[in-house]
Design a protein around this ligand. Structure first.
Ligand code: FMN
Length: 303
């Protein structure tokens, strides 16, 4: 068994596999299937300042090798998250990343201050949700906006701060550099790619929200490219996601420069995907006589 542990911003992960925000809720449904302590960490559903019911249905659609979603940050609000979900999660012997979003920087600051008073291990600031009118995309789409919200949230918390980036931009590595300069401890990418499908019989968009976020295996090459570009542009750790479905995908993403990976849509087709991905990484390392997963991070040799 190879050493699967990684350390990101001073936080020890027993392995580099983390269910992504929005596909794992708060883990309650999955802990009936496997112990959550098997996971490197858990990124919780995006939490906003007050409760959100999300967008009207239909808000999920299948696409070839992927899916569109327009869930719209349905969540109980930060106070309920802290009182009703976090205490249970903190008993699970895994790293908890609280994913947060706001429609203004002030809201993000307020949420971060509340989390700063808790035991949560890390904050993942989502500046990239494409599914709500002001879901952070307003900050995430420009270097100035991303820098400004990062600067303000940085002042509000001593917790390790991961900023989650949008792929719906011209240069994701420029955005990464601007949040690094304002004190982000790590970046995670990619959030979903903005997409749309139309029902040709009704001439209506398939999603009630018209547009939605595309994810799943179809986006994997885009995500690998963006992680590679970003890892080469910043010194802080990069957490890679987008289309990861197998151990081999995770190894590839780490070779592109990711220090850990998150798994999203794949969990909907196989709820055991994160556990299988951990096994798959271990099998790759053992069969290549690599002692530690840390030894593959960023090791791609570009032509
Ligand atoms: C149904 C659904 C809900 C999501 N909700 C959130 C969210 O609340 N916050 C967030 O930062 N990302 C959210 N995401 C984005 C994922 O965390 C991830 O960045 C994206 O899906 C790419 O990974 P994947 O291709 O493995 O799904 C959501 C994705 C899906 C499919």
């Amino acid at each position: 068994m190879a050493d699967l542990s990684v350390n990101i911003c001073g936080v020890d992960f027993k392995n580099p596999v983390i269910p992504a925000s929005g596909v794992f809720g708060y883990g309650r449904e999955y802990e009936e299937l496997f112990p959550l302590s098997a996971l490197g960490g858990i990124a919780t559903k995006g939490t906003t300042i007050t409760k959100r019911n999300g967008n009207p249905a239909p808000r999920i659609a299948e696409t070839p090798s992927g899916m569109l979603n327009s869930v719209g940050l349905q969540n109980p609000g930060i106070d309920k998250f802290i009182s009703e979900e976090l205490p249970n999660l903190m008993t699970k012997d895994t790293v908890i990343l609280a994913n947060i979003a706001g429609s203004t920087a002030e809201e993000c600051v307020e949420i971060a201050k509340k989390l700063d008073e808790t035991d949560v291990h890390m904050i993942e600031l989502n500046i990239s949700c494409p599914n709500v009118k002001q879901g952070g995309m307003a900050f995430g789409a420009t270097c100035e906006g991303a820098a400004s919200v990062t600067r303000q949230v940085r002042k509000a918390t001593k917790k390790p701060l991961i900023v989650k980036l949008s792929p719906n931009v011209t240069s994701i590595s420029d955005i990464a550099k601007s949040v690094e300069a304002e004190g982000a401890d790590a970046v995670s990418l990619i959030n979903t790619l903005l997409g749309m499908r139309i029902d040709i019989n009704t001439r209506r968009p398939v999603l009630r929200n018209n547009m939605g976020g595309m994810s799943g295996p179809a986006v994997f090459p885009v995500a690998v490219r963006m992680v590679w570009q970003t890892a080469n542009a910043v010194k802080i750790p990069v957490i890679g996601m987008g289309g990861i479905a197998t151990g081999e995908d995770a190894v590839e993403m780490m070779m592109a420069g990711a220090s850990a990976v998150q798994v999203g849509a794949a969990i909907f087709t196989d709820p055991f995907a994160p556990v299988k991905i951990i096994d798959g990484i271990n099998q790759y390392l053992d069969s290549h006589n690599i002692a530690s997963v840390k030894d593959i991070i960023g090791t791609v040799e570009p032509w």
